[in-house]
Design a protein around this ligand. Structure first.
Ligand SMILES: NC(=O)c1ccc[n+]([C@@H]2O[C@H](COP(=O)([O-])OP(=O)(O)OC[C@H]3O[C@@H](n4cnc5c(N)ncnc54)[C@H](OP(=O)(O)O)[C@@H]3O)[C@@H](O)[C@H]2O)c1
Length: 247
C-alpha cells in the first residue's frame, strides 16, 4: 500500500486516533496536514516525528466547527502542498449526560464539532477533489452512532448523522471518482476514554467479544487502506473497528 504523491488532511490529529492516522499515512508516503484545535505542542510533536522520518507535514490550527477557520485551513493546505487527495474527518469531542439533564450548550458543542465540522471540511475538500476527479473522504463515526449509548444522546446523534451524511455524499461524489467511507471505532484507548470512570470502562470491556480495548493504530490501519488505491471500488461503507461489539 502506497500513498506517495498524495496529500492528506487529518482533523484532530494532535492526539489519540487522529495522531495515529497522521503518523501512519505519513509512513505510507503521504504529505500530511495535522489539524488541531488547541494542543499546539502535541500537533508540532506529530509534525516533528513525521519530518524526522523524512516525511513532509505541517500543523494547522483550526476549529472545524468554524467555517472561516476551515476555509483558511484548506487555503493553507493548498499553499503548502498544492493539492489535497485525502480528508480524514476525525476531530471529535464528547460532553456526556443523561437527556433530561443535558445542557443545551453540551448538545450544541458536540453537534457543532462532530457533525457540522464534518460538513464544513467535506464541502471544502469536495470542491478541490471534484476538479481533479480524484479523492478519498474518510469519516470517523463510532459504535455509539450505530448502537446508541445511555448518557450520550448528543454524541450518538452526531455519530449517526455522520453515517447518513457520508452515504449521501458518497452517492453525490461517486460520479466524480471520489470515495467516501466511514470508520466506526469501538472502545479505543485515548484521552477521550481514559477520562471515563473505572466502572464504565469495565462495563464497556464486558461488551467487547475480543476482550480488550482497541489501540489507535488499529483504527489507523483501516484508514490507510481506505485512503489508498487498493480501495477504489469501496464507497458508502461503514467499517467497524470494535473488537466485535457490532456484528
Ligand atoms: N476513543 C474512542 O474510543 C473512540 C471511539 C469511537 C469513536 N471515536 C472518535 O474518534 C475521534 C478521535 O477520538 P480520540 O479518542 O482520539 O479523541 P481525543 O484523544 O480526545 O482527541 C481529539 C482530537 O480532536 C481534536 N479536536 C477536538 N475538537 C476540535 C475542533 N473543534 N476542531 C479541531 N480539532 C478538534 C483535538 O484537538 P486538541 O488536541 O487541539 O484539542 C484532538 O486532536 C473522535 O471523532 C471520536 O469521537 C473515538
Amino acid at each position: 500500500m502506497e500513498l506517495k504523491g498524495s496529500t492528506a488532511l487529518i482533523t484532530g490529529a494532535s492526539r489519540g486516533i487522529g495522531r495515529a492516522i497522521a503518523l501512519y499515512l505519513a509512513e505510507l508516503g503521504a504529505q500530511v496536514a495535522v489539524n488541531y484545535a488547541s494542543s499546539e505542542d502535541d500537533a508540532h510533536e506529530v509534525v516533528e516525528l513525521i519530518k524526522n522520518k523524512g516525511g513532509r507535514a505541517v500543523a494547522i490550527k483550526a476549529d472545524v466547527a468554524d467555517v472561516q477557520d476551515v476555509e483558511s485551513m484548506f487555503g493553507k493546505v493548498l499553499n503548502e502542498f498544492g493539492d489535497l487527495h485525502i480528508l480524514v474527518n476525525n476531530a471529535g469531542i464528547n460532553r456526556d449526560g443523561l437527556l433530561i439533564r443535558m445542557k443545551q450548550e453540551d448538545w450544541d458543542a458536540v453537534l457543532d464539532t462532530n457533525l457540522r465540522g464534518v460538513y464544513n471540511c467535506s464541502k471544502e475538500a469536495a470542491r478541490i477533489m471534484i476538479r481533479k476527479r480524484r479523492g478519498k473522504i474518510i469519516n470517523i463515526s463510532s459504535v455509539v452512532g450505530v448502537s446508541g449509548n445511555a448518557g450520550q444522546s448528543n454524541y450518538a446523534a452526531a455519530k449517526a448523522g455522520i453515517i447518513g451524511f457520508s452515504k449521501a455524499i458518497a452517492r453525490e461524489l461517486a460520479p466524480r471518482n471520489i470515495q467516501v467511507n466511514v470508520v466506526a471505532p469501538g472502545f479505543i484507548k485515548t484521552d477521550m476514554t481514559d477520562r471515563l470512570p473505572e466502572r464504565v470502562k469495565q462495563e464497556m470491556l464486558n461488551q467487547i467479544p475480543l476482550g480488550r480495548y482497541g489501540k489507535p493504530n488499529e483504527v489507523a490501519y483501516i484508514v490507510g487502506f481506505l485512503a489508498s488505491d487498493k480501495s477504489q471500488y469501496i464507497t458508502g461503507q461503514v467499517i467497524h473497528v470494535d473488537g466485535g461489539m457490532i456484528m
